[in-house]
Design a protein around this ligand. Structure first.
Ligand code: T1G
Length: 710
């Protein structure tokens, strides 16, 4: 293998990294070996006075260590050794006897960024494709090639922790501002600039870097007392954010601290030791699986043989319904897919409100400097609307986001079919109505499909695409690809009530209602599930979604699946008392000035119960969790999802199922299907038949199978 090629430019060796046969550069064992020998050669070569490292890939510098290789590690010792080998290479770069400059364009992540940090001078391109970061904690590990040591020394402990603990990456201009790069230039002169920098250092000796930041920064970053404050604050924040479920951020703080307080060598040693430990945790294994699942979904068009189909991309979108959902879908489409979006609603004031709503998403990006003014203006111009169907003839895709009512949706479909070209797709953003029944009266049912977005659309990463029995493969592919262009992770799911996400969410929400109805304290229920790892508890979620919406979905699901999904009367009673949740400031919680306050104590008397303060959290957790697990297993076996992977990603991205647990189906595997079935039987014995394990789960347990074969 030759991943590196060298050209000598007047004494500067330009080393181009281009891993053969791969879309991105990554640091495999072989790559590191080859790079190591190259360093020896360049060090000894009398014709070489300085080195420039650059990538041969169009828009990628180095994506980090090879995650595939990393996921095959079997022991902490093996993982630590790998980290130490990487550190040694980085040390050799840092101590290289000749100027070593790096030229970065594209993603420079993980081990790739750590290698860059060891170089003597960093030049980056100002392209939006360029991003520098240490995403390791998102894989449940920490930067293991000296990143926890060199980044804080370069940019200060606060900026470094900010990045490492969130696993985030920075775009070129911000990375430069923070001091992660020494020069920022247009891509077209990146290579020459790096060569010139190497020559300059050969001539003038090592450059000095001015420290950025004021007196407070100096105090906090540069004194042991100041840093102690920073570590303590960071630890507190991490504990609050992760509930102690994610060990990697805390370990990162430990590695940074050791290095800054006890020296580089001690720090590197601690870094590789912790790296080894973290690599073996279930948390890391689950997060790595999620990485693989999301990258696989980026290429999955939802039907077998999609590559052979002839489908044209969606260039123009039209929306029917410019309400909250419609506006957010249009705004997100314009922002990410850069398509024209035409909004239609019943009257012009509604249309105007919708366009303003869509524009707010763009305004927000402009404010946060994620969009530049000219681009912003160009995007705003893509939004238009009317109170009739004018402009719909141009649309390739029409998304309907009107009132949840079958007759209304059918009427809209008929109108849209009259007003659009016969190649246009009609997608409905229903959350409860079967796509097949909406399509029943369609003139072109093969072009009718469901696209179920989650609110807030601009933030939620998931999209469910739902073909009905008569949807064509081409329509599926067009919808999936467009969803991806909108920035979503897309799963294709079956056309049965609740599809996937609401199907598994509903029994969980129902159980929360039943618990409240028994007098189990609202905050106990919510706290139990946030401690399990959900971002919010089920009762808070009910308030957020709206009790009217929740009750309606519950009714539909009860009708579809019968007794098992019978809701308590908690929501009906709340609604009768005029409580709709956050939107009208009255729900299970109190709201003051639009902010959620504590649980509303009057709920208990409204429901005629006394708070059961002594309910064990373990009981609450089991009832809520197992309601979801049982439904997930059942729906998976019915074929609602194509693979367990889709199901777990849907749960994590759609409802915030704790990522470190890998998803509900992964949880069943971890607990063991037989144990899950036993617990469900036990729960059914106490609380009733709604907990009876599904026949398919029992059969699976009997056969000793799992969702993910080992
Ligand atoms: N390892 C293995 N494969 C990788 C990879 C990696 N680091 N990065 C990308 N790929 C594959 C990906 O699976 C896909 O494969 C193809 O490249 C294109 O990716 C010691 C241990 C770089 C921003 O977490 O964020 O360094 O499907 O479709 O949208 O401290 O990939 O074609 O076969 O995603 O243009 C830390 C993860 C590693 C970066 C490109 N690094 N990658 O996005 O393309 S841990 C990461 C990304 C580490 C050290 C530690 C993105 C990208 P295939 P893609 P993209």
């Amino acid at each position: 293998m030759t991943a590196f090629s060298v050209e000598n430019e007047n004494g500067i060796a330009v080393v181009t990294f281009d891993l053969p046969g791969e879309p991105v550069n990554k640091l495999t064992g072989d790559v590191m070996d080859e790079f190591g020998s190259l360093l020896s050669r360049l060090g000894e070569d009398g014709m070489v006075r300085g080195v420039v490292l650059i990538s041969g890939k169009p828009d990628n510098f180095i994506a980090g260590a090879d995650i595939e290789q990393f996921s095959r590690l079997r022991s902490a010792a093996e993982a630590s050794a790998l980290s130490r080998e990487g550190q040694e290479i980085a040390d050799r770069v840092a101590g290289f006897p000749k100027p070593f400059v790096v030229a970065i364009h594209g993603a420079c992540l993980g081990g790739g960024f750590e290698l860059a940090l060891a170089c003597h001078w960093r030049v980056i391109s100002d392209s939006p494709k360029t991003q520098l970061g240490l995403p390791e904690v998102q894989l449940g590990i920490l930067p293991g090639v000296g990143g926890t040591q060199r980044l804080p020394r370069l940019v200060g402990v606060r900026a470094a922790l900010d990045m490492i603990l969130a696993g985030k990456s920075e775009r070129a201009d911000k990375a430069y501002r923070l001091g992660m790069a020494d020069e920022i230039v247009p891509e077209s002169i990146l290579r020459q600039t790096a060569i010139a920098a190497a020559e300059r250092i050969v001539r003038n000796g090592p450059p000095r870097r001015a420290h950025k930041g004021g007196a407070q920064a100096l105090f906090l970053d540069r004194t042991p007392i100041g840093r102690r404050i920073v570590y303590a604050q960071a630890e507190k924040q991490v504990r609050e954010r992760t509930g102690g479920h994610y060990p990697a951020p805390l370990a990162s703080i430990e590695a940074v601290k050791t290095g800054l307080e006890r020296g580089l060598n001690a720090g590197l040693k601690e870094e590789s030791r912790l790296f080894g430990e973290l690599a073996m945790t279930d948390v890391s294994r689950n997060l790595v699986q999620i990485f693989f699942a999301t990258t696989a979904l980026k290429k999955d068009d939802g039907v077998p043989g999609a590559a052979a189909l002839k489908v044209s991309p969606v260039r123009r979108l039209a929306m029917v319904g410019a309400g909250f959902m419609g506006a957010a879908i249009a705004g997100t489409a314009v922002l990410n897919a850069e398509v024209e979006a035409r909004l239609k609603d019943a009257d012009l004031p509604k249309v105007g409100k919708g366009i303003r709503g869509a524009r707010r998403i763009l305004d927000d990006r402009l404010k946060r400097r994620r969009l530049k003014q000219p681009k912003y203006e160009q995007l705003v111009a893509l939004l238009s609307g009317a109170a009739d169907y004018s402009g719909f003839l141009r649309a390739d895709l029409v998304i309907e986001a009107v009132f949840e009512d079958l007759d209304v949706k059918r009427r809209v479909l008929a109108e849209v079919e009259r007003e659009t070209r016969d190649t246009a797709i009609f997608a409905t953003n229903t959350s409860t109505i079967p796509i097949g029944s909406i399509a029943a009266g369609s003139a072109r049912p093969e072009q009718v499909i469901g696209m179920h977005f989650f609110s807030p659309v601009e933030k939620m990463p998931l999209l469910e695409v739902i073909p009905h029995a008569g949807t064509s493969a081409e329509t599926v592919v067009r919808a999936v690809r467009f969803g991806r262009k909108m920035g979503k992770t897309v799963i294709v799911v079956g056309d049965s009530p609740g599809f996937w996400v609401n199907r598994i969410l509903l029994p969980y929400m129902n159980e929360a209602g039943i618990l409240v109805r028994e007098g189990v304290p609202i905050d106990l229920i919510d706290r139990t599930m946030t401690e399990y790892g959900f971002p919010v508890g089920p009762v808070t979620l009910l308030d957020e979604v709206g009790l009217d919406v929740g009750a309606k979905v519950a009714k539909v699901m009860h009708g579809a699946y019968g007794d098992r999904l019978e809701p308590s009367d908690a929501l009906e009673r709340m609604l009768a008392d005029g409580r709709q949740g956050r939107k009208n400031g009255r729900g299970f919680y109190e709201y003051r000035d639009g902010k959620k306050a504590g649980p509303d104590a009057s709920v208990y008397s409204l429901l005629g119960v006394t708070p059961q303060e002594n309910t064990p959290a373990a009981t609450v957790e089991r009832r809520l969790l197992y309601a979801m697990l049982n439904e997930a297993a059942m729906a998976a076996h019915e074929g609602v999802i194509r693979t367990p992977r889709d199901g777990d990603i849907g749960a994590i991205f759609g409802i915030g199922y704790p990522a470190f647990r890998g998803g509900p189906l992964r949880t069943i595997d971890t607990l063991g299907p037989a144990r899950v079935a036993d617990t469900l039987r036990e729960l059914a014995g106490i609380y009733g038949h709604r907990f009876r394990p599904s026949a398919s789960l029992v059969a699976m347990a009997d056969r000793g199978e799992k969702f993910y074969p080992e």
